[in-house]
Design a protein around this ligand. Structure first.
Ligand SMILES: *Cc1c(COP(=O)(O)O)cnc(C)c1O
Length: 395
């Protein structure tokens, strides 16, 4: 086993994907919004009570649809975390928005909810929350701020399928169903995959009919096929956001196996956490924090090291042992594209996660033996570092 590299991710196949794709091909309807797309929509509506879902070709597309739907105009301001994927910001930049980046929390890479309100100006139009690692932001706090200032809330729930938020009054809602709009990803690095794929969840009833039009290249084609209008035409701006049936056939095979996929991922996550969290804290390495109001969908197991140097050491230590751990986002406010557009505020927590966060392999097919080997290797790293320290002190 130790001869073979353990990759960071390996896409899991249920075995039904190619069969369903073949079905779609044989059926002769392979463009978008056919039977498999409808089956996927029905799945989400049933399992999560999402009122309106639209599969897209990516979460990036769902975010771009969101920016169109909330009618972002040049000069509008949008608030979001700096520690996120480029698409979260790009979608709004494409409509001419100015982005105000928020720092992350100390206990979690998600945005610090207490820093949002001070960034609101008369030009602010929306708050985009990112449920990092599938762990919910404090949604009650965010909804209160948004209500008070009349702002849209868009959830970048790319990593958050099958994760829930519990409101202070005890009601529990799936992530993606809480803001006006929710965006999911089925990229091959996520829990449920379709190669490239995504979904927009339209929770705000007022945005529903326009969402369908934007989805279908700016036409009312969906209403036409439902027999609601006798011809269809150009109604609005839009683009080709819907995936082909080949994508939704693949996705449907995954969705049918969501419980199996999730229980395996959760088991792996728990084993990492149980075996490592206390041990690594001896080197001041932080393990994931899950607030009481959030569930954990086991999207990611990460560690936050004490320093950039320590992360580099741990990454190369693991690489030597043929274990591919990886870091994550580079804070967007410091990116080549955005640095000169940023308002100059320091975002120390976001920088901290850029410099120190490291993700461990977590995928369905990771075997117990492989995981034990990863755990042992990290424990050995900790032991070696501690004895180094002891040696230096006593020398
Ligand atoms: C993966 C991801 C995206 C992009 O998803 P795609 O489906 O690849 O477009 C956006 N935001 C976050 C937070 C992500 O993790």
């Amino acid at each position: 086993m130790s001869n073979q590299q353990i990759p960071f991710n390996k896409p899991f196949l249920t075995g039904k994907e190619t069969e369903y794709i073949e079905d779609a091909v044989m059926f002769g309807k392979i463009s978008g919004n056919g039977d498999f797309t409808k089956k996927c929509h029905a799945f989400f509506q049933e399992r999560y009570n999402f009122s309106k879902t639209l599969l897209t070709t990516s979460c990036t597309d769902a975010l771009e649809m969101s920016a169109i739907l909330v009618d972002i105009q040049p000069g509008d301001e949008v608030i979001m975390p700096a520690y996120t994927f480029v698409s979260t910001a790009n979608a709004f930049i494409l409509r001419g928005a100015n982005i105000r980046f928020v720092d992350s929390r100390e206990d979690h890479p998600g945005m610090d909810e207490d820093l949002i309100e001070e960034l609101i100006t008369p030009k602010t139009k929306a708050i985009v929350v990112v449920h990092y690692a599938g762990i919910s932001c404090d949604m009650q706090k965010i909804l209160d701020i948004a209500d008070k200032h009349d702002l849209y809330v868009i959830e970048d729930a790319a990593q958050a399928i099958e994760s829930y938020y519990t409101f202070p009054d005890g009601t529990r809602k799936p992530l993606g169903s809480i803001g006006h709009l929710g965006c999911f990803s089925f990229h091959e690095t996520k829990n449920i995959i379709a190669g490239e794929g995504g979904m927009l969840v339209v929770n705000d009833e007022e945005l529903r009919s326009r969402a369908e039009i934007i989805w279908e290249k700016g036409t009312n084609r969906s209403a036409f096929f439902r027999g609601e209008v006798d011809k269809y035409g150009w109604k609005d701006i839009g683009s080709s956001f819907l995936p082909s049936e080949l994508t939704s056939a693949f996705l449907f095979a995954q969705l049918e196996n969501i419980e199996k996929i999730q229980s395996r991922r959760k088991l792996i996550w728990q084993r990492y956490n149980g075996a490592l969290s206390e041990r690594v804290s001896e080197l001041n390495i932080q393990s994931p924090f899950v607030p009481a109001y959030s569930t954990n969908n086991a999207h990611m197991f990460y560690l936050v090291t004490e320093s950039y140097e320590q992360r580099t050491e741990l990454l190369s230590y693991l690489k030597e042992k043929k274990i591919l751990a990886v870091f994550h986002y580079l804070s967007l406010h410091k990116s080549d594209f955005f640095a000169d557009k940023h308002d100059g505020r320091d975002l120390p927590m976001s920088d901290r996660y850029s410099d120190r966060l490291l993700r461990l392999p977590l995928y369905y097919d990771l075997t117990d033996a492989q995981q034990n080997y990863i755990i042992r290797s990290i424990k050995r790293f900790v032991e070696e570092k501690i004895s180094d320290k002891y040696f230096l002190q006593s020398a």
